[in-house]
Write a protein that binds this ligand. Structure first.
Ligand code: A3P
Length: 317
C-alpha cells in the first residue's frame, strides 16, 4: 500500500523514488495514491495535501484530463461570476483569457496564490477524489466532476500529448491505446478516476455533481442550468426569459472559444516546464471523433475493458 504523505516537498522527493514507475509517455510516470502521475504533480500534491486549507465554500472542478476541463472552467467561471461580469459584456474575461487561466489548478500553483483568492473559490483539479485535500469532504466542499466517453478521451489524449505538449515527444496511436487499456495514461486508470467520483456522487448527490461531456454537448442549456443551481446561483426567471442561459452556452461554445485570439495563438507555460500552445485545448470538440481514428477492433476492446471495470457501479458510457 502506498502511504499518503502529509509531509513537505522533501518528503515528496523521497516518496517519488519509492513509487512504482513506468516509461512510455514523454517522461516516466509514477503510481501515486493509485494513479499514474508525473513527479512534478506528485510533489505538488504532497505539498498541497500538507499545506492547503480548504474552505467550506470551495468548489472543485474535477476532471480526468481531456474530458472537457477547459469548457467546464469557462462555464463555471461565467455562471458563478455573472453578477460581476455580465455574460453579454464586451469586456468579459472569457473573451480575453484562456479558460485554463480563469480557474486555477489546485496543484502546480503556489499555495499562497490559492490562499489569496477570495471566497467562494473555484478550483480545478485532475486529482482523484481520494487525493483531494483532507478536510474537503468533512467541510462539505462541493465538487463538479466532468467525465467523457473513454474512446474520445483516449483520442483526445493522444492528439494532445503527441507533438503538441512536448515537441520532441511522439507516440503512436496504437501504443497510446495499449497504455490507456492498461490504465497507464496520465492520471489513469481512467475508470478508477471516474468510479471514485461516481461513488461519491451516489452517496452525496448534493455535494458531488457528476456530469458527462457527451450529455452536455447534447443539451448544453439544460446543463448550464443544472450547474448554476449546483453552484448556488440559479438563473432567475428574468434571466431565463432574457436568454442569459443561451448566452452562456454561446460564449463558452467550442466554436466561439476556438476563434478567440487568446485561444488560437500563443504558447503558455502554465505548470512550469511544459509550454503548451493555447490552441491545443481546442481541437475538434466533437462527440464520437474516435470513429475517425480507432478500428472497430480497438473500439470493442476498450468498450469491453471499461464495461468490465464499471460493472455493478451503475455508471456506463
Ligand atoms: P477533442 O480533443 O476531442 O477535440 P480538456 O479541456 O480537459 O483538456 O479537454 C479537451 C477537449 O475538450 C478537447 O477535445 C477539446 O477540443 C474539447 N473542448 C475544449 N473546449 C470546448 C468547448 N468549449 N466545448 C466543447 N468541447 C471543448
Amino acid at each position: 500500500k502506498i502511504e499518503t504523505s502529509h509531509g513537505g516537498p522533501e518528503e515528496g522527493e523521497s516518496l517519488t523514488s519509492r513509487l512504482p514507475t513506468r516509461e512510455g509517455w514523454w517522461k516516466p510516470f509514477f503510481l501515486f495514491q493509485g494513479f499514474w502521475l508525473t513527479p512534478e504533480v506528485i510533489r505538488s500534491t504532497v505539498l498541497m495535501q500538507a499545506q492547503f486549507r480548504p474552505r467550506a465554500d470551495d468548489i472543485f472542478l474535477a476532471t480526468y484530463p481531456k474530458c472537457g476541463t477547459t469548457w467546464l472552467k469557462a462555464l463555471a467561471f461565467t455562471v458563478a461570476n455573472r453578477s460581476r461580469h455580465p455574460v453579454a459584456s464586451h469586456a468579459h474575461p472569457v473573451l480575453t483569457s484562456n479558460p485554463q487561466d480563469l480557474v486555477p489548478f489546485l496543484v502546480l500553483r503556489p499555495i499562497k496564490e490559492l490562499e489569496a483568492l477570495p471566497s467562494p473559490r473555484l478550483l480545478s483539479t485532475h486529482l482523484s477524489c481520494t487525493s483531494l485535500p483532507s478536510g474537503a469532504s468533512t467541510l462539505g466542499c462541493r465538487i463538479v466532476y466532468l467525465c467523457r466517453e473513454p474512446k474520445d478521451v483516449l483520442v483526445s489524449t493522444w492528439h494532445f500529448f503527441t507533438n503538441k505538449v512536448h515537441k520532441d515527444f511522439h507516440i503512436d496511436l496504437g501504443k497510446a491505446f495499449e497504455f490507456f487499456c492498461e490504465g497507464f495514461s496520465i492520471g489513469g486508470p481512467f475508470w478508477e478516476h471516474c468510479l471514485g467520483y461516481w461513488k461519491q456522487s451516489m452517496e452525496e448527490p448534493g455535494r458531488v455533481l457528476f456530469l458527462k461531456y457527451d450529455e452536455m454537448m447534447a443539451n448544453p442549456a439544460e446543463h448550464v442550468k443544472i450547474l448554476a443551481e449546483f453552484l448556488g446561483v440559479p438563473f432567475t426567471e428574468k434571466e431565463e426569459s432574457a436568454g442569459v442561459v443561451e448566452e452562456v452556452v454561446r460564449l463558452c461554445s467550442f466554436e466561439n472559444l476556438k476563434s478567440l485570439p487568446v485561444n488560437s495563438t500563443g504558447v503558455s507555460d502554465r505548470v512550469g516546464g511544459l509550454p503548451t500552445e493555447n490552441s491545443s485545448f481546442f481541437r475538434s470538440g466533437k462527440v464520437g471523433d474516435w470513429k475517425n481514428h480507432l478500428t472497430e477492433e480497438m473500439a470493442s476492446k476498450l468498450d469491453c475493458i471499461v464495461e468490465e471495470k464499471l460493472k455493478g457501479s451503475g455508471l456506463s458510457f
